[in-house]
Design a protein around this ligand. Structure first.
Ligand code: NAP
Ligand code: PAF
Length: 306
């Protein structure tokens, strides 16, 4: 297949590397106008690969069989909208990111749209992307046009296993959202690794109650005990991780809060429910973002996110 990967950071580079190894023709799409994209990946076994791929070629994009979007949530819809007129009408667009809400922002996209979440872990270390832990990528359709594209999961699975197809991807996204709503802002509040959150069981219980309430109203019933167990499983299996939100705050970058807790609060508001503890954490993260947006490192000038 011919595949364009939009966003060549940690997750984008492990996909570019894996897809190229599998014999797919790939290009990267970057924020900066540059005709090549350097990919340096250390795989989970410690093997290093360095490639240089074509980047930002509109002809390649127009002929692509898939646009794989590996951006952070706030970057997704502006970047996809920017490319939609070049993409062929039938080219599937797969959004692979944490959080929810981008599908609503892209509801007018004519191309078949798919959503995905992943438990692979990758991080930048200088100029190298370290694929820290293998995981599972769950994908599925979010438009009528993409419902018949389950064969895509098989092709992606050959390149970077495991990939699982879900006819109802919203359920998997809600479960991942629930985990992120608890772990991400709490690790910022307590400035700690994921595993240390076991010291705040009451806060975790309150957040889970609020989240389960919204999920039930969304038709995503989950027993409170199951939700709490799921959160503690991730806390334990990622105990040594610094959550992506805490990494963003430490680096004074925009976080994904508007697509994580922000999305939960938007759904709660639509249902007439108030969520005091999630609201408090959301406001805390937004205060931090606005503080460092006004006082960026190494500059006296305000910084725009775009
Ligand atoms: P990342 O390393 O920050 O990669 C995002 C890339 O997109 C960056 O290279 C960024 O370039 C680029 N970019 C920003 N705006 C762009 C634009 N308009 N056009 C093209 N490229 C643009 O993030 P990531 O860790 O790969 O995460 C991607 C998504 O996967 C997030 O939602 C994250 O939460 C999720 N996720 C990540 C992991 C993980 O282990 N990393 C695991 C599970 C889920 P600049 O830096 O130059 O702006
Ligand atoms: O955003 C993150 O950091 C991850 O999704 C998770 C699962 C919370 C582990 O750190």
């Amino acid at each position: 297949m011919k595949i364009t990967v939009l966003g060549c950071g940690a997750i984008g580079q492990i996909w570019l590397d894996a897809l190229a190894r599998q014999g797919h023709e790939v290009q990267g799409w970057l924020r900066v106008p540059q005709p090549y994209c350097a990919v340096n990946v250390t795989d989970t076994q410690g093997n290093i690969t360095n490639h240089t791929f074509v980047a930002n070629d509109p002809l390649f994009l127009a002929r692509s069989d898939l646009l794989l979007v590996t951006l952070k949530a706030p970057q997704v819809s502006p970047a996809v909208k920017n490319l939609q007129s070049v993409l062929a009408a039938g080219t599937p667009v797969l959004l692979l990111h944490n959080g929810m809400g981008t599908v609503d922002e892209l509801r007018d996209l004519q191309q078949p749209l798919l959503r995905g979440i992943t438990t692979h872990a990758a991080m930048r270390d200088g100029t190298v992307i370290k694929h820290v832990a293998a995981g599972v990528t769950h994908i599925g359709p979010v438009s009528r046009e993409s419902a018949a594209l389950s064969a895509l999961a098989d092709s992606l699975h050959q390149a970077l296993p495991d990939v699982a197809w879900h006819d109802n991807i919203a359920s998997a996204c809600w479960r991942k959202l629930a985990v992120n709503c608890v772990i991400n802002p709490l690790t910022v509040e307590h400035d700690c690794q994921n595993g240390a959150l076991r010291a705040w069981p009451q806060q975790i219980a309150t957040l889970c109650e609020e989240i389960a309430w919204v999920m039930a109203r969304e038709g995503e019933h989950i027993a409170l005990d199951n939700l709490r167990d799921m959160v503690y499983d991730v806390i334990d299996s990622t105990a040594a991780n610094v959550s992506s939100m805490l990494q963003d705050v430490r680096a004074r970058r925009q976080t994904e809060i508007d697509y994580i807790t922000g999305y939960l609060l938007r759904r709660a508001r639509a249902q007439g429910i108030s969520l005091p503890e999630n609201t408090r954490l959301y406001d805390m993260i937004k205060r931090k973002e606005s503080h460092y947006a006004r006082q960026p490192i190494g500059s006296g000038l305000p910084r725009s996110w775009q």
